[in-house]
Design a binder for this molecule. Structure first.
Ligand code: PEP
Ligand code: MN
Length: 355
């Protein structure tokens, strides 16, 4: 096997620059981003424009979805592929989408720039062989419980067809841990890259299964020297038809790209560009405030039932103290107090007039 892997590494060096228009292996990390599933025209177009503005190199989105339960959303199928093609037309971003079945390879390859083999199909050998023949770059995700050697052998099924444009993607493996959806195995990402010479990406979204861990895992993956990241991003994660716990909002994705130093040159150079980002953040603030009000209303009902007055000075004081002490560097404690005093006044009014 070592001989084969060396041959694969040699061969790879010659074709490094291709990968469906992704400058992968060029030294600058490549980020592929987009929703878990393509759900509607409005959803995929909004996601495509937002991830492009934040510096993503390609758009992802599942049209054929490998769902654990047959009762879960299975994807829009060909309609989803057409929407991805429309998003590419509007943004110029190459499109990455999963193919699950040998019978669908031709169809998916007509629309996609890069074909994805999902974790659950990593050892579907008929699919691996035939996807190689489609002549498109392939992202091969690591199986949920595959060893590094099994993953590398699966890649060889594809490269054996003469298609050496394979990108490996570590997306977390099954372990005894239940706090996270899977366990991100960075050592496998690094080892597979060394063994094969193929570019390796990391998908922190499916690894963690929860959006709060994605920035730290992304930083860790890039520090380990991988070639790129695949990140799930949705216009409204709460409403997503699949993987809603792990998808980032546009604003969170923008912040992450800024933190990773991957915002495109000029992303915040013009007044218009900055205002677009501010509009995105304000939309999210508004949605969060609406959710806060829903909860406030419920608190109002509980206060009424238990005969508590609406105004609870000690609770308000504790809330303000907590927020002002935890205020981020960019915010003065005094400003945080002013903003939340206004929010609390609205909340009280809401409780007084409700019911
Ligand atoms: C996906 O990327 O859409 C996906 C289903 O991931 P995985 O195959 O890694 O579970
Ligand atoms: Mn997903």
């Amino acid at each position: 096997m070592a001989g084969n892997q060396n041959a694969m590494a040699q061969q790879q060096k010659k074709v490094g620059a291709q990968f469906g228009g992704l400058a992968i292996g060029s030294g600058r990390p490549v980020v592929i981003a987009g929703p878990c599933s393509v759900e509607s025209e409005a959803q995929i177009l909004a996601a495509a424009h937002a991830v492009k503005a934040a510096g993503a190199a390609a758009l992802r989105g599942g049209a054929f979805k490998p769902r654990t339960s047959p009762k879960s959303f299975q994807g829009l199928g060909e309609e989803g592929l057409k929407l991805l093609a429309l998003a590419r037309e509007q943004t110029g971003l190459p499109v990455v989408t999963e193919v699950m079945d040998t019978g669908e390879i031709d169809l998916v390859a007509r629309y996609a720039d890069v074909l994805q083999i999902g974790s659950r199909n990593m050892q579907n050998f008929a699919l691996l062989k035939q996807v190689g023949w489609a002549g498109k770059p392939v992202i091969l995700k690591r199986g949920l419980a595959a060893t590094i050697a099994e993953w590398v052998s699966a890649a060889e099924y594809i490269t054996m067809t003469g298609n050496t444009q394979v990108i490996l993607c570590e997306r977390g493996i099954r372990t005894f841990e239940t706090h996270t959806r899977n366990t991100l195995d960075l050592s496998a990402a690094v080892a597979a890259r060394e063994l094969t010479g193929l570019p390796v990406m990391v998908d922190p979204s499916h690894a963690a299964g929860r959006r709060d861990l994605i920035p730290a895992l992304s930083r860790a993956a890039l520090a380990a020297g991988v070639d790129g990241l695949m990140i799930e991003v949705h216009p409204n994660p709460e409403q997503a038809l699949s993987d809603k716990e792990q998808q980032l909002t546009f604003a969170a994705f923008g912040s992450l790209m800024a933190e990773l130093g991957l915002l495109p040159a000029g992303a915040l150079a013009s007044l218009d560009a900055c205002r677009q980002v501010i509009d995105q953040i304000d939309d999210e603030l508004l949605a969060l405030l609406a959710r806060r009000m829903e909860t406030v209303q419920r608190v109002g009902e509980l206060k009424r039932v238990t005969g508590m007055p609406v105004l609870q000075p000690a609770r308000e004081q504790a809330l303000l103290d907590r927020l002002t002490s935890g205020a981020a560097r960019e915010l003065e404690g005094h400003d945080v107090r002013t903003i939340w005093q206004a929010i609390l006044a609205c909340s009280r009014r809401h409780q007084q007039t409700a019911g």
